[in-house]
Design a protein around this ligand. Structure first.
Ligand code: SAM
Length: 200
């Protein structure tokens, strides 16, 4: 079986230009979340598993200080090229999200995630929760979209509200966890919009 924990799995998809999840723009619920005003102006955000960077671009356009993180070199190259062509100031880094805490020990104010957890082997979800908690400042926010599709296979591997609460409960409090109302049509009803605060 292909190993989704290896960058080569994702690199092969980008090289084949087969990133079927990529809509070419920021997911509408994330564009809305970034504008809601709960993040202070100029906050330092990491966008994890950023792919070609559409959410990172949107956050940079809004004036946040953005670090876009992905372990597939093709994704990071696409983010750098997109940022340059759009004249957006952001940092794109090739890194494994499981190593964020040691790479960014100062921590981020917030982490934006769009189908990163759902791209990761489900057996690593608790490890993932710890990795994102470790890369956030105390009271930092994790926000974005989880994919609660109804298929048994993956990636993306589905997660539902109950599992999300159980996985993140040890270090986070959800202040929002609901079905997004403004998903792309083919994902309507299957995207969980969330905001979770890392306990101090
Ligand atoms: C399904 S894609 C989603 C990309 C982007 N968030 C989007 O919605 O367009 C998952 C992305 O996560 C990246 N990824 C998966 N596991 C990762 C890990 N452990 N560290 C960093 N990036 C990872 C993959 O390389 C891929 O670009």
């Amino acid at each position: 079986m292909d190993d989704v924990s290896q960058p080569s799995y994702w690199s092969a998809i980008y090289q084949a230009n087969d990133a079927g999840w990529d809509k070419g723009c920021c997911a509408p619920p994330i564009a809305r979340l970034l504008r809601e005003g709960f993040l202070p102006k100029g906050a330092e955000l990491a966008v994890v598993g950023c792919g070609r960077g559409h959410e990172a671009f949107e956050a940079a356009r809004l004036g946040f200080k953005v670090t876009a993180i992905d372990f597939a070199p093709e994704a990071v190259a696409a983010v750098k090229a997109g940022a340059e062509s759009q004249r957006l100031g952001l940092t794109a880094v090739e890194a494994d999200v499981f190593n964020m805490a040691s790479r960014w020990p100062q921590g981020f104010d917030a982490i934006v995630e769009h189908t990163c957890l759902c791209a990761i082997d489900p057996s690593r979800r608790t490890e993932y929760m710890r990795a994102v908690a470790g890369a956030l400042k105390p009271n930092g926010l994790l926000l974005g979209l989880f994919y609660a599709h109804n298929r048994p296979d993956g990636p993306p591997y589905r997660i539902d509200m109950d599992e999300a609460k159980t996985i993140f409960y040890p270090k986070f409090d959800f202040t929002r966890l609901c079905i997004a109302a403004d998903s792309f049509e083919n994902r309507a009803g299957f995207e969980l919009e969330f905001i979770a605060r890392r306990r101090a």
